[in-house]
Design a protein around this ligand. Structure first.
Ligand code: LMR
Length: 327
């Protein structure tokens, strides 16, 4: 019986050690709302690949795309609870946490994606990664998607064509004001509900990037897309400050390296993916693409730009000026 007890103790100890070994592996969840075949989807996959290459069995990265785990309004509280470690909501989705990131939603702020990179890599853009540190969230990188296009079931050639139409928007007060400026009716709605809202006519239109219009098939349920490039849809990858600071140095360094490489990868990929998916939408023949002449572009600009003044106090004029200086 003594041998039996010793044996049993040995088995128990081995089981305990096994448990310790298992818990030494950091399981890291990354939740997002878009399809895998998008700049963000590909960035997340690349982060997983590199983190697991760099850190081996010390980490296991699980990616949850397509709002499988959380919609964007739920993911930040989930990060703070520790239910998920990384999210990358659109910069339009942080309004409840900080007003400063509203800068990114100002219509016609950036003339192209190079201007966006210039601002994000500059001093003010980098400072904004810490805009939510008081709320327990740390920004670890910016990822591009691209510039937004307008779509609807009627042709939107001039700002007045949008009057009275309902548009699905991301949860941003700036974007709401942008649509109100052209007498349209904005409706905040989760990304995951957008296709069916367009299909059933709950809303008449929406604004989004070529990548999102393509990968979520919005073009199949919208008769017209106006190539307006009127605003930005980009992301901040965020994590819990407490979790991040509490990681072993080696793991945090490895994840930092993987994240930096993933940011570079996703940001390098976004322009090609945008061009490819724009072409796929055109080739589908399911929707008509309306290009915007320089004269009409100026009219959209004039109609929407008053929104800047409305939000300058909340955002900070210095931040807006730094962004505009990148054009
Ligand atoms: C949207 O809600 O339209 C976007 O924020 C989705 C995304 O993550 O690109």
């Amino acid at each position: 019986p003594i041998t039996k007890h010793i044996l049993a103790a040995g088995v128990a100890a081995a089981a305990l050690m096994g448990a310790n070994v298992a818990s030494a592996q950091e399981v890291i969840k990354f939740a997002h709302v878009v399809a895998p075949n998008t700049p963000k989807g590909q960035g997340a996959e690349y982060f997983k690949k590199r983190a697991e290459e760099i850190l081996g069995d010390k980490v296991k990265i699980e990616i949850y795309p397509n709002s499988q785990l959380f919609d964007d309004d739920k993911v930040l509280p989930a990060i703070l609870r520790g239910d998920v470690q990384f999210g990358a909501p659109s910069l339009a989705k942080f309004g409840k946490w900080t007003k400063k990131l509203q800068v990114y939603d100002l219509p016609f702020l950036f003339k192209d994606m190079d201007a966006v990179s210039c601002f994000q890599n500059g001093a003010k853009g980098q400072e904004l990664l810490n805009a939510m540190s008081g709320k327990g969230l740390t920004g670890v990188g910016y990822w591009h998607n691209g510039l937004k296009q307008l779509s609807a079931n009627k042709p939107l050639r001039l700002p007045e064509d949008a009057a009275g139409l309902k548009f699905r928007i991301q949860s941003s007060d700036v974007i709401a004001a942008q649509f109100e400026a052209i007498d349209a009716v904005p409706q905040k709605m989760a990304f995951s509900e957008t296709y069916s809202a367009l299909q059933t006519g709950v809303v008449d239109g929406q604004e989004n990037t070529w990548s999102n219009i393509y990968s979520k098939k919005f073009f199949e349920v919208q008769d017209y897309i106006t190539e307006s490039n009127h605003g930005l849809l980009d992301y901040m990858v965020v994590t819990s400050t407490k979790w991040w600071d509490g990681l072993d140095q080696e793991i945090r360094d490895g994840l930092t390296q993987a994240m930096n490489e993933a940011s570079e990868y996703a940001n390098g990929l976004s322009a090609d993916l945008t061009a490819e998916q724009r072409q796929a939408v055109i080739d589908s023949g399911e929707t008509e693409i309306l290009s915007v002449s320089p004269e009409d572009f100026a009219k959209w600009q004039t109609a929407m730009k008053p929104v800047w003044d409305e939000f300058a106090g909340d955002i900070g004029q210095d931040i807006i000026d730094a962004a505009a200086a990148c054009n």
